[in-house]
Design a protein around this ligand. Structure first.
Ligand code: F6R
Length: 261
């Protein structure tokens, strides 16, 4: 796992945008499949990618995208739906084809079947080339709450009370937060070819320390990322404040240029 500790949340966004920029330009006409997260963590990076689209010729015309998750029972038009969120915060502002921005159908009559169909559609599209992840204070990625199977596929999950409380800020009242979601499984997420996890703020420090340095454990779902060969974790000083090996991560970054000489 590559761990990059930077000063501020804005620095996190720049590093994440750099990875996406390189991947999108590198794919060229062959096109690329992006894995997109919602919530607060990726928003600054999306803003930077929008700026690069407007000012630096970064085009998403050959990209498609799969979201990680969606609330069960919210219509896609609801402002809190992730279908809406990704459009408001990213994809409506770049040249990606809206029909190719896909998310699990949280409003389906049969959410379990919709979840399985969504999982199949990711595989049929050839899988995700580069995935951005946030992390919950309880260590979830996607909405894979503690005790999620490391082999899990897209399915219906029940949020923890902690996650419901954390996400209440997006709703008028805490009781409006749906407790059920559709989420890509840990097994689904681990099939992405590259993964970039972004976190900022003290509230994420324990989850980040566990994800990077903790024992692989059902209690901290993000520890599943230790099993993936191409994960980059980008955190600000606060989110990285409980990492035991911070000095080593810095040493790796300082000496990185020597490898390519
Ligand atoms: C959202 C998602 C979640 C969030 C996590 C952190 O699509 O999959 O795992 O990334 O809950 O949320 P924020 O970034 O709002 O702190």
């Amino acid at each position: 796992m590559e761990v990059i500790v930077v000063d501020t949340a804005e620095d996190v966004a720049q590093r994440v945008a750099d990875r996406f920029d390189t991947a999108v330009r590198g794919a060229g006409d062959a096109g690329i499949t992006l894995g997109l997260a919602t919530g607060s963590s990726p928003v600054r990076a999306y803003r930077e990618l929008i700026r690069r689209y407007r000012e630096e010729g970064l085009s998403f015309a050959r990209a498609r995208a799969f979201l990680l998750d969606e609330y069960v029972g919210l219509p896609t038009s609801a402002p809190q739906s992730y279908h809406r969120f990704i459009r408001d915060n990213f994809t409506d502002h770049v040249d990606i084809d809206d029909a190719l921005v896909l998310s699990p159908a949280g409003d389906a009559a049969d959410p379990a079947s919709a979840a399985a169909a969504y999982d199949r559609s990711i595989v049929e599209a050839g899988g995700v080339d580069i995935q951005i992840l946030g992390i919950g204070t309880d260590g979830h990625i996607g909405f894979n709450e503690p005790t999620s199977s490391f082999a899990s596929r897209t399915r219906v999950k029940t949020l923890t009370r902690q996650t419901v409380a954390d996400n209440a800020r997006f709703f008028d009242a805490p009781e409006d937060v749906p407790v059920h979601v559709l989420t890509q499984g840990l097994g689904t997420i681990l099939e992405a070819r590259k993964i970039v996890l972004a976190a900022s703020g003290e509230s994420k420090a324990e989850a980040i320390a566990q994800a990077v340095e903790g024992p692989v454990s059902a209690l901290w779902p993000a520890t599943a990322l230790q099993l993936h060969p191409a994960v980059t974790v980008v955190v600000d000083r606060e989110a990285g404040s409980r990492l035991a090996l911070g000095d080593y991560y810095q040493f790796v970054q300082e000496n990185k240029a020597r490898l390519s000489r």
